[in-house]
Design a protein around this ligand. Structure first.
Ligand code: ASP
Length: 329
């Protein structure tokens, strides 16, 4: 940052000049050290997988390592709050998902405004979700699951990653669509939620394909349906929930990178450019494709693209969440 020498009357000309040059040098040197990318969910889960797939290639493009740090809790709001309060020096970024758009309607006292308290950097990837069941739940389709849920009532447990998580949104939309109340179990991410499903502590989980695909391939969990309007390319035999009668369910989890408000423009632009480079890396593209994730459209890979999408999604979900009567403190 340049000092305003004309207003610094007591500063010597030499001192002022040196400070100005130092400020200029540090700005030009960004990034002069490792950059932290905060993930607001547990390690090993879908958001973390996206972050760790991209961190190496982004770091390579920046010439400095990108360290992924998991700040977990409260459906992603704890990590987002941590980044909102971080020093805006260009060394802290947040990778979050659609939860940035749903949290304002879900939380009565959200300590930040996603639209005004952050610098949007870029969208990242889009990932469909899957509703899956514990292997021994006697249901391989929506119709069988509904019969099972009718028989069991609120003894059916659905896991999610906390109020504000994508899995929470999906569980909410799903319960609304079937007109039943299940017992919800919050975890600090869907990696631990998946462990709970695999060990029989819960019956259902709706989560991104980045987490569920490997378990579906090995047959450790049962597929009920995908949450998108069209079938997912990597899971062509899995029907959508909509084609099984749950009309209107169309959920794709989108991801975005944000910086604390006041972060220098240079850091935002350079991080965004490095992210775009990473999203063209053939190894990254292959890894993402295997897990059903698609890079966001080019127009969305920019601060403006993310800003307007976040606003659009915030407006989309507020009335849905209000109608569901879901909120948290
Ligand atoms: N998939 C999680 C969610 O439901 C978050 C995570 O663990 O990455 O939002």
């Amino acid at each position: 940052m340049m000092l305003d020498c004309t207003r610094r009357l007591r500063a010597t000309v030499a001192g002022c000049l040196m400070a100005s040059l130092a400020g200029l040098a540090s700005a030009q040197a960004w990034p002069a050290r490792a950059v932290t990318l905060v993930v607001p969910f547990a390690a090993g889960g879908p958001t973390d997988v996206v972050a760790r797939t991209l961190a190496g290639p982004i770091g390579k493009a920046l010439g400095q390592p990108v360290a992924v740090e998991n700040k977990v809790g409260l459906g992603g709001t704890l990590g987002a709050g941590h980044v909102m309060r971080a020093v805006p020096d260009g060394y802290t970024f947040l990778l979050h998902h659609s939860g940035m758009a749903t949290a304002p309607a879900l939380y009565r006292r959200l300590p930040y405004n996603p639209l005004t308290d952050f610098e949007p950097v870029s969208q990242v990837v889009d990932v469909p979700m899957t509703l899956i069941a514990r292997k021994d739940v006697p249901a391989g389709s929506m119709a069988e699951l509904q019969a099972h849920m009718k028989a069991k009532g609120d003894k059916v447990f659905i896991a999610h990653a906390g109020v504000g998580a994508a899995s929470h949104l999906c569980s909410m939309v799903f319960q609304q669509a079937v007109g039943m109340d299940l017992t919800t179990m919050p975890y600090q991410g869907t990696a631990p939620a998946m462990s709970a499903l695999l060990t029989g502590q819960v019956d259902l989980l709706c989560d991104q394909t980045t987490n569920t695909t490997p378990h579906l391939r090995t047959g450790l969990v049962r597929m009920i349906g995908v949450t998108t309007a069209q079938r997912v390319k990597t899971l062509p035999d899995s029907p959508t929930l909509a084609e099984q009668g749950l009309a209107g369910i169309d959920l794709v989890v989108w991801h975005g990178v944000y910086a604390p408000k006041g972060t220098p423009r240079e850091a935002i632009d350079k991080f965004g450019a490095a992210l775009r480079t990473a999203l063209k890396d053939p190894a990254v593209l292959q890894r993402l494709a295997e897990l059903g994730a698609t890079p966001a459209a080019d127009a969305k890979l920019s601060p403006e693209g993310l800003r307007s999408w976040l606003k659009q999604e915030t407006d989309r979900w507020a009335p849905v969440i209000k109608a569901a009567g879901a909120y948290a403190d």
